[in-house]
Design a protein around this ligand. Structure first.
Ligand SMILES: [Zn+2]
Length: 204
């Protein structure tokens, strides 16, 4: 099996794409395949825009979750920490179409906590990649578990998928809900239901 780099090299040779023009060639080809004219006025700068847009939407590959979470500090706090309603913007890896919604995260610290602003940054680091919602949910929970070593972590994501809304089944109001519960959130019913109640309440 050729790896992705070899495959790209071969393609560039066959298609005679000069280095640095890969995005332009690819997007122009895509436009042609759609039946469009890449040279028409409105599309002329589209390859550059698509390149920048995709680089931003996949910038999570260049972020290191360990670095985001490494500035944790010691506290006596041993109550549940919840960050809810975090915006999630991601791309489904099957169709390269967006899915978006809200993420709710909780953990039970074991003497260490992390700045609250790090949690949404962690979500972005995993969401700005090609994803499936289930894996995104698990990756967020496992990263907190690994780097913060809490007594438990919970992550719930509710998201709408454009690949379902705009095409295919066209179920406009269907939202997918995924969850990952580790440690106390998995083993202790009280902890889990406290979390689920808090993310539903307006006060949390
Ligand atoms: Zn999809």
């Amino acid at each position: 099996m050729p790896n992705a780099d070899d495959e790209l090299k071969q393609l560039k040779q066959v298609l005679e794409i000069p280095s640095g023009r890969e995005w332009e060639a690819t997007v122009r080809l895509l436009l042609r395949l759609i039946g469009e004219d890449p040279n028409r006025e409105g599309l002329r700068r589209t390859p550059l825009r698509v390149k920048r847009s995709f680089q931003y939407l996949t910038s999570g590959y260049r972020l290191d979750p360990a670095k985001i979470l490494n500035r944790s500090f010691k506290v006596k706090h041993d109550e549940m920490v919840i960050v809810k309603d975090i915006d999630v913007w991601s791309l489904c890896e099957h169709h390269l179409l967006p899915f978006f919604g809200k993420c709710h995260i909780a953990y039970m610290p074991d003497k260490r906590i992390v700045g609250l602003s790090k949690i949404p940054r962690l979500v972005d680091a995993f969401a700005r990649r090609l994803q499936v919602q289930e894996r995104l949910t698990v990756q967020i929970a496992e990263a907190i578990n690994e780097h913060l070593k809490p007594l438990g972590v919970a992550c719930v994501i509710e998201a709408s998928h454009l690949c379902m809304m705009m095409r295919g089944v066209q179920k406009q109001n269907a939202r997918a809900v995924t969850s990952s519960m580790l440690g106390l959130f998995r083993t202790d019913v009280k902890t889990r239901s406290e979390f689920l109640t808090l993310i539903r309440s307006e006060l949390a």
